[in-house]
Design a protein around this ligand. Structure first.
Ligand code: SF4
Ligand code: SF4
Length: 330
């Protein structure tokens, strides 16, 4: 391992404090830290991200995030969770690059700007700001696996959306796979992704190896079915009962629900430790796990759902049904 024990303890101690772990757990944590070198190291880089994926990660309850980072992985670097700051924190990245460490899994959150090296920088080396793109390129070379968490890292997401004025993306934001081209990137999309998807994918890699992926690089384990297939409102859909206004009883299809064309297991897994789902809560599915999110033309999340656009939306959805759904990316 590249860091010495003292540095690692410092960073991990800060991480556990940031998560408000109780004292008893900290004792267990110290023991776990002793064995840190046996665990798979994780370097988690946040680029153009709203931090929502990391916030979602903190909702992980079973197993708890604290047990994941003290028993299964060594969280070497994470901009918002680590206690280390400034040079101590950047040193982890610097040494990983300089020493050509090959012992870590690289997790990328957020899209990567390509138009200017100053658009998203992470720390300084020798007095110079270092771009997120540089770290991702360099760390990606030797990482034993790369996971793109969230739709921004997986496919570009909201930061890669096109300006309605210029038709271009102002930062040239791209996905992780457009920066690291010589490796299979595991995509765990979602805006945000469910914590089980992120931790489950990391643990699958560590304990069982590479998960089976679909054509968009998503683990089939979590993204193998459409939302529609298991939706709690399917009962209404099959009986032709459609909600006409938000809050109505019925299937949300006519209000623009994209569940037929979007893949994830939220209807079964549910959010917030089983409290609710996107469709059950009444918002409908916005297709946040799909490659085309959020810029999918007339069906995008920024389109009006009433008047003509609603009609167009429905026509487009009918085409989706006729072709069996799952066509957003195609
Ligand atoms: S269209 Fe949406 S709300 Fe209706 S059954 Fe399918 S996923 Fe559920
Ligand atoms: S149900 Fe739709 S909006 Fe909700 S997480 Fe899945 S893809 Fe995203």
């Amino acid at each position: 391992m590249a860091m010495n024990r003292r540095e690692f303890l410092k960073i991990m101690g800060g991480t556990t404090a940031a998560l408000a772990f109780p004292g008893v757990l900290l004792q267990g944590c110290k023991k776990a830290i002793e064995k840190a070198s046996e665990r798979t190291q994780v370097i988690w880089i946040m680029a153009q991200s709203c931090s929502g994926c990391s916030v979602s990660l903190l909702n992980k309850l079973n197993p708890g995030l604290e047990s994941v980072i003290t028993e299964y992985i060594g969280l070497n670097y994470h901009q918002t969770l680590m206690g280390g700051t400034g040079h101590v924190a950047i040193q982890v990245l610097e040494e990983a690059v300089k020493k050509k460490r090959k012992d870590y899994v690289l997790v990328i959150e957020g899209s990567i700007p390509t138009k200017n090296e100053k658009f998203c920088t992470i720390g300084e080396v020798d007095g110079h700001h270092v771009s997120a793109r540089h770290w991702i390129e360099e760390l990606g070379k030797n990482a034993k696996a790369v996971i793109a968490v969230g739709s921004c890292a997986a496919y570009g997401g909201i930061p890669a959306g096109k300006s309605m004025v210029t038709g271009e993306n102002p930062t040239g934001a791209v996905s992780a796979s457009e920066i690291i081209k010589d490796k299979t990137i595991i995509n765990v999309p979602g805006c945000p992704p469910h914590p089980d998807w992120m931790i489950g994918t990391i643990l699958h890699l560590i304990l069982k190896g590479m998960p089976k992926l679909d054509e968009y690089g998503r683990p089939l384990l979590y993204f193998g079915k459409t939302v529609h297939e298991k939706c709690e409102r399917l009962f209404y859909y099959k009986r032709g009962i459609f909600a006409k206004e938000w809050g109505d009883k019925g299937c949300l299809y006519e209000l623009g629900c994209l569940g037929m064309d979007s893949c994830c297991d939220i209807p079964e897994r549910r959010w917030n430790n089983g409290v609710n789902t996107c469709t059950e809560s009444g918002s409908g599915c916005i297709g946040c796990t799909e490659k085309v999110f959020p810029d999918y033309g007339k069906r995008g999340m920024y389109q009006h759902l009433h008047g003509d656009s609603r009609k167009e939306n429905n026509n487009s959805s009918i085409a989706g049904i006729a072709s069996g759904g799952g066509k957003l990316n195609g």
